[in-house]
Design a protein around this ligand. Structure first.
Ligand code: SF4
Length: 408
C-alpha cells in the first residue's frame, strides 16, 4: 500500500490506460464505515500478526498473506475459544429457537434461484452472526448519508456511462441483459484496454456466485495480454481503512479473480445454469432485448443463443494477473489516499469460500467475529441481542460515512 496526499489524480502507470473517471463506491455506514474510532481504540491489543502497517514493497504482500491467514484462524473461533453460542442462546429470541432448528440452510431460504453474491461471502468474513441476523431480521433503514452517497455514485457513473433503460419482460430477459453487458464490456476491454462494472458469474464449489467487478484493465506486451482486476473504494475521511476492512477488500478482489479465471478457462456449465435459475433457454427473448443484442453485433433470439455469444467472448480473454489492486480515494476530490497491490492467494481464498459455504449450507452454526475484533460490535445493528457482544448494554457508537461498501 502506498500513501499519497496529493489532490490531483495519480499519473497513469506505464501500460495503463488513462481513466477519465475512477469508479466510485460509497459507504454503507452499516458495513464498512465508522470503524476507525473503534479500531484505533483497540488495535493496540490486536495480535501482532494482524498487520495494520502500510507499505509499498513486495514484502508487503507477504505481510498481507500472513495477516490474512492469522485472521482467518481467529475468525473461526467461538467465544473464548469455546463452542459457539448461537442466536438461540439469547433470551430475547426464544421463538426463533424452534424455527432455526428445523430451518433450511440460509442458501436455500434466502438465495434460492439467485445464487450467492460476492458480498454474501465477504460479509460472512466480517461476521457470520451479523449476516445471520440480517437474513432473519433485515437490515436497518437506509440512512441519509447512504442515500447521499448513492446519489453521488449515480451522478459520477453517469459522467462515464450513457445509461439506457431497457425494459425486461422475463427472467430470461434479465439474464440476457447481463450477458449483453458482459459481452460489450469484454469487447471494450479487448479493443480499448479498459472496462468497468463488468458482471461475473461462476459455479464455485457447487454454488452459483455472482458479482460485478469495478474495473478491468488489459495490458499487452507483444503477444502477451494480461487482465488486471481493480477495485476502488472511496473514503469520507483522509485516512486509510483498518486492516479488517482492507482484508475484506482483498477477499472481494480474490473472489472476482476466481470467477474470472474459472470463466475464461471455459468452465460455464450452461445446463446447470439453466436448471438452477429455472430458465427456459429456448424461449424467445423480448423485442427490446433482441434489438439491443442485434445493435451490439450479436443477433441472439434466445438465451441459448446469447450463451453462445457469451462463450465466444469469454474464450478470447486471458486469465487475470495474480497481482490485484485495491485503490482508496478521498470522496471530496478523488485524490488517491493509497493503493494496496497484493498477490492472489488461492489456498487462503478457497478456505474462505469453503468456510462461508459451511455457513450458507447450514453445515454449522454461525460464528462470531473473533474476540480481537469485537470492537465491531459497538457499531452493529444487532449489538443488543447478540450473545457475542461483550457489552450489550452500551449505546451504539455514532456513525459516519466512510469507506465504500461493496454490493456485488
Ligand atoms: S454484535 Fe458483534 S458478534 Fe454479534 S453480530 Fe454484531 S458484530 Fe457480530
Amino acid at each position: 500500500m502506498t500513501e499519497s496526499t496529493q489532490n490531483s489524480p495519480p499519473k497513469p502507470r506505464p501500460q495503463e490506460v488513462t481513466i477519465p473517471t475512477i469508479p466510485i463506491e460509497y459507504v454503507s455506514d452499516e458495513d464498512m464505515a465508522i470503524i476507525e474510532a473503534a479500531y484505533a481504540a483497540t488495535r493496540s491489543s490486536l495480535s501482532s500478526s494482524i498487520s495494520s502497517s502500510i507499505c509499498s514493497t513486495s514484502s508487503r504482500f507477504q505481510t498481507n498473506t500472513r495477516s490474512i491467514q492469522s485472521i482467518t484462524l481467529l475468525s473461526k473461533r467461538g467465544l473464548n475459544g469455546s463452542s459457539e453460542l448461537d442466536i438461540e442462546d439469547s433470551g430475547h429470541l426464544k421463538n426463533t429457537q424452534k424455527r432455526s432448528r428445523v430451518a433450511q440452510p440460509f442458501l436455500h431460504r434466502f438465495r434460492r434461484k439467485r445464487g450467492l453474491s460476492v458480498t454474501d461471502i465477504t460479509d460472512t468474513e466480517w461476521c457470520e452472526k451479523q449476516m445471520e441476523f440480517t437474513l432473519r431480521f433485515g437490515k436497518r433503514k437506509i440512512s441519509k448519508a447512504m442515500k447521499a452517497g448513492r446519489a453521488r455514485h449515480v451522478k459520477l457513473e453517469e459522467e462515464v456511462f450513457k445509461k439506457l433503460k431497457v425494459r425486461v419482460q422475463s427472467v430470461e430477459d434479465t439474464w440476457a441483459l447481463k450477458f449483453i453487458d458482459f459481452i460489450t464490456g469484454a469487447n471494450q476491454l479487448l479493443f480499448e484496454g479498459l472496462t468497468r462494472e463488468l458482471p461475473l458469474i461462476g459455479f464455485v464449489e457447487g454454488v452459483w456466485v455472482v458479482g460485478v467487478i469495478d474495473e478491468v484493465r488489459m495490458t499487452e506486451n507483444g503477444s502477451d495480454r494480461n487482465s488486471i482486476l481493480v477495485d476502488t473504494k472511496t473514503r469520507a475521511r483522509h485516512s486509510l481503512p483498518a486492516e479488517p476492512q482492507r482484508r475484506k477488500g482483498r477477499l472481494q478482489l480474490m473472489c472476482y479473480k476466481y470467477l474470472w479465471d474459472t470463466l475464461v478457462a471455459d468452465s460455464f456449465p450452461s445446463r446447470l445454469f439453466f436448471d438452477f435459475f429455472s430458465l427456459n433457454h429456448n424461449s424467445i427473448l423480448s423485442e427490446n432485448i433482441r434489438e439491443k443484442a442485434a445493435n451490439s453485433g450479436f443477433p441472439a433470439k434466445t438465451l441459448n443463443d446469447m450463451i453462445g455469444y457469451y462463450r465466444n467472448t469469454y474464450r478470447m480473454l486471458p486469465p487475470a494477473q495474480d497481482q490485484l489492486l485495491l485503490r482508496y480515494e478521498l470522496q471530496k476530490d478523488q485524490s488517491v489516499l493509497g493503493e494496496d497491490q497484493f498477490a492472489y492467494d488461492p489456498d487462503w481464498l478457497k478456505k474462505q469460500i469453503r468456510g462461508s459455504l459451511e455457513f450458507w449450507l447450514g453445515e454449522r452454526d454461525a460464528s462470531y467475529t473473533p474476540e480481537e475484533e469485537r470492537w465491531k460490535c459497538r457499531h452493529c445493528q444487532f449489538r443488543s441481542i447478540c450473545p457475542g457482544n461483550p457489552n450489550p448494554n452500551s449505546p451504539r457508537s455514532s456513525s459516519s460515512s466512510d469507506d465504500s461498501s461493496p454490493s456485488s
